[in-house]
Design a protein around this ligand. Structure first.
Ligand SMILES: Cc1cc2nc3c(=O)[nH]c(=O)nc-3n(C[C@H](O)[C@H](O)[C@H](O)COP(=O)(O)O)c2cc1C
Length: 182
């Protein structure tokens, strides 16, 4: 993958798999992609903003009301001229917010503002993934034009094997590459 000059907005939700998004961010940057990172408040419980800021080379956005850096609003400025938005991990909570068109946090507002393709990588426990409400939200997002990748079956942090594991960074990169080159 070498996408020099292309811009990706990486939105990170609050799940264990957030650590994999640091690897994803680094690999995107190594592919010469301009990566902007937005995180939910919960995501910062799982991985620090300093890591993502250092890997992406830019401040990480989290707050809607960040007048110092984004006078027009970060949801406008960060979504501008973006070629692809990746939501990884997409928590059950985030899937619900995106599917229902909420805009009460920066990541969901960015999703509404973005006019580029959106790649969503859900990650959660197997019982959560199998709930009808989660399935409805994923179907809705697919109907809305989102590209869903995973989740895979395998070892989950709740010490069980089942479906819910976020796709590996390599798989997400491949899907991103395909979407950028369409
Ligand atoms: C240790 C721990 C691990 C969690 N892992 C997940 C997860 O993998 N997927 C998920 O959907 N929620 C997970 N949650 C719950 C979310 O963090 C919670 O629903 C949160 O509100 C998500 O916020 P966000 O969608 O704004 O990022 C976890 C919570 C804890 C305490």
């Amino acid at each position: 993958m070498n996408q020099r000059g292309q811009r990706i907005l990486l939105a990170i939700g609050g799940g264990i798999a957030a650590y994999k998004s640091a690897i994803l961010c680094s690999r995107l940057v190594q592919s010469r992609i301009d990566v902007r990172v937005a995180m939910t408040r919960s995501a910062t419980e799982f991985i620090g903003t300093a890591t993502l800021a250092a890997l992406s080379g830019k401040p990480v956005a989290m707050d809607m009301f960040d007048a110092d850096h984004h006078p027009l609003g970060p949801h406008i400025e960060l979504a501008d001229q973006v070629d692809l938005m990746i939501v990884a991990p997409a928590t059950a909570n985030l899937l619900s917010r995106l599917a229902s068109g909420r805009a009460d946090d920066l990541v969901s507002a960015l999703y509404l503002q973005a006019s580029c393709p959106v790649l969503v990588a859900p990650a959660m426990s197997s019982p959560m993934w199998s709930k009808p409400a989660v399935g409805r939200n994923v179907d809705q997002l697919r109907d809305d034009g989102c590209h869903i990748i995973g989740p895979e079956s395998g070892w989950l942090s709740c010490r069980e094997v089942g479906q819910g594991r976020m796709s590996e960074p390599e798989q997400i990169l491949e899907a991103a590459d395909a979407l950028l080159n369409r």
